[in-house]
Design a protein around this ligand. Structure first.
Ligand code: ATP
Ligand code: MG
Length: 582
């Protein structure tokens, strides 16, 4: 097909949009791929549609290759199935809920586990029917708190979601591995630089779970990896190795000290080091107790929870939330402190928590026999030589402390380094949460029911447009990988002469006849404007038809490297076909 720029619905912009920070956001708007309509709502213009469709095509091809079958559900869904699994409530404010004219509750689907499980239950009943993989490429809705970075995080977006249904755990593992391989193939085809990290399974509560993160300094997901062992994980999934317990008997008795004006770890450490206690203290010798309140999804009331971490580390709320999920967590406000006067801000210790029946969870490094300086539950007072397992006994451990570069890798080999990425895919072994809720069974060979086990797998199709743009651009514009580019060749008519125009038209027709997608800049604009637009739009190969034509040559420019090659007009089509088809 030949697309003529003279009639293409496209206006490129010279200026970056005021609200854009990320290169992909700036460029996709400037090059006329997308336009903002609402917070987290974008329309796709013709060039953007092409890239989106290309990504969808690659995703469908790889899903079909593992035996996936495409179906499609409505986005507008009744409340009942989501009520049955508890997600109507659990999803919290992230779900768009609405009512129809009769007052019945509906939602706009954020993900479709319920519908797939119910549909399989409706159609299939024998063990002979399984396994099965179903998928859809569909618009999802989430009332994201912070829509961000153009199409990277929107409230309406395109996702490929697939679901596997198996008779047993081995089957689920096979379906999971099939998806993992399919994702590797598709992200490789999209020329994405990505890492596969082990992940918590978020709102789903499953076991095996991995995320595909496109590497990007602007990514919202921090992950860590170990160069020595290849271990990579979401920060939420990093576990802290516990040191061995220490003997208690040889530890000195705990003493309370008057420590005026020491509400922070820093002031406390300074004070202790100036107090002549016969040893030096560091922040890691102090025990910081952070108070939060928690609430079960079905409850109205909050309860207090104390979280103890070594004083040289902050509490990472994302890790804490992941560790407590689906229980909700919030920091205490002034009213909470006022209602619980035993909590002395800046001087909270495990003693008051125990005496007042507050649950107390600690970092795995806080093991029996370790010695701490911590709050004495009285203004300007701390207790030193408080021994875990002797002077206080936590109710359990929690992964809440921040993970830092240089921390030991959980697999015991080497240390961790941190990096950032954009989540483009997520695979996980969901298990029986949804099939239990709807009693999805198959009748086995012995006529006994077998509870089906599920996997759930997502790809952020529209987010991929931005993720690829993020990794494939330069200061002049976008530089699309071939598989997703809006055209194969961008033909620039660089001259006003009739002969130049005719020559370019002939070449475009020849390319089209050979099955090459051509974007033909046949506008009346100056060559400078056309070149700038070609760089901005980012088709991987640019064919310049200009003055050289009189001498029988045209110029082929590689958008990524900037390399130019002169080619004889008569060889141009053959040359380009070879270049593009490989
Ligand atoms: P995130 O942590 O980025 O919010 P998620 O864990 O909520 O993602 P999933 O529920 O696993 O995401 O959804 C599957 C895929 O859909 C994600 O891997 C991501 O690529 C994409 N996705 C999720 N939320 C959005 C959004 N608001 N805008 C665009 N794509 C999204
Ligand atoms: Mg999300």
């Amino acid at each position: 097909m030949i697309t003529r720029m003279s009639s293409l619905f496209l206006r490129t912009l010279r200026e970056n949009p005021a609200d854009a920070e990320l290169p992909s956001h700036k460029l996709l708007v400037r090059a006329g791929y997308v336009r903002r309509v609402a917070p987290g709502g974008y329309s796709w213009l013709p060039l953007g549609m092409r890239v989106l469709r290309n990504i969808e095509r690659v995703v469908r091809e790889e899903m079909d290759a593992i035996g996936g079958q495409e179906i499609q559900f409505p986005a507008l869904l009744p409340r009942e199935p989501y009520e049955a699994t508890g997600r109507w409530t659990e999803y919290g404010p992230n779900i768009f809920r609405l009512k129809d004219r009769k007052g019945a509750d509906y939602l706009l689907g954020p993900t479709h586990e319920e519908l797939f499980a119910l549909t399989v239950k409706g159609e299939y009943s024998s063990y002979r029917d399984f396994p099965v993989i179903l998928y859809q490429v569909q618009t999802k809705y989430r009332d994201e708190e912070r829509p961000r970075a153009g199409i990277l995080r929107t409230r309406e977006f395109v996702m490929k979601d697939s679901y596997s249904f198996d008779l047993d755990d081995d089957g689920l593992e096979r379906s999971y591995q099939l998806h993992r391989q399919a994702y590797i193939k598709l992200f490789d085809r999209l020329k994405l630089d990505y890492v596969i990290v082990s992940a918590m399974s978020g709102s789903m509560g499953g076991s095996g779970s991995e995320e595909f993160l496109a590497e990007s300094e602007f990514g919202e997901d921090t992950f860590v990896r170990c160069v020595e062992s290849g271990f990579a994980a979401n920060v939420e999934a990093v576990t802290t190795p516990a040191p061995p317990a220490e003997p208690i008997e040889d530890k000195p008795q705990a003493q309370v000290h008057h420590t005026p004006n020491t509400p922070t770890i820093e002031t406390l450490v300074d004070f202790l080091n100036g107090a002549g206690l016969g040893r030096t203290f560091s922040a890691a010798d102090t025990l910081k107790n952070v108070m939060v309140k928690i609430r079960e999804p079905s409850e109205k009331d909050w309860t207090l929870l104390g979280v103890g971490v070594p004083g040289d580390r902050e509490v990472d709320m994302k890790r804490l939330e992941a560790g407590l999920y689906p229980t909700e967590v919030a920091l205490l406000d002034d009213a909470d402190f006022a209602a619980n006067p035993f909590l002395v801000k800046g001087y909270i210790g495990p003693q008051a928590l125990r005496d007042n029946g507050v649950r107390y969870l600690v970092d795995p490094r806080i093991v029996t026999g370790t010695v701490w300086a911590t709050g004495a539950d009285k203004v300007d007072h701390h207790v030193v030589d408080l021994v875990c397992g002797r002077d206080f006994t936590p109710d359990g451990t929690i992964e809440a402390a921040e993970v830092r570069e240089g921390d030991p890798s959980p697999d015991g080999v080497g240390t961790l380094v941190a990096a950032r990425g954009i989540e483009v895919g997520h695979i996980f072994q969901l298990g029986r949460k949804f099939t239990d809720a709807f009693e999805v069974d198959a009748l086995g060979p012995d006529s006994k029911p077998i509870r089906i086990t599920m996997g759930s797998y997502g790809v952020g199709v529209s987010r991929l447009v931005a993720s690829i743009a993020e990794q494939h651009h330069d200061e002049l514009g976008l530089v699309w990988p071939r598989e997703v580019a809006p055209a194969d060749v961008h033909v620039v008519i660089a001259g006003k002469d009739e002969s130049v125009r005719d020559g370019a038209e002939k070449l475009a027709a020849g390319l089209d006849a050979a099955g090459i997608e051509v974007l033909l800049d046949d506008r009346q604009s100056s060559p400078g404007v056309k070149f700038a637009d070609a760089e901005l739009v980012g088709v991987p190969t640019i064919l310049v038809v200009g003055r050289g034509l009189a001498n029988g040559v045209v110029e082929v420019k590689d958008r990524a490297s900037g390399e130019r090659t002169e080619v004889a007009v008569d060889d141009a089509v053959g040359h380009l076909v070879k270049l593009i088809r490989g």
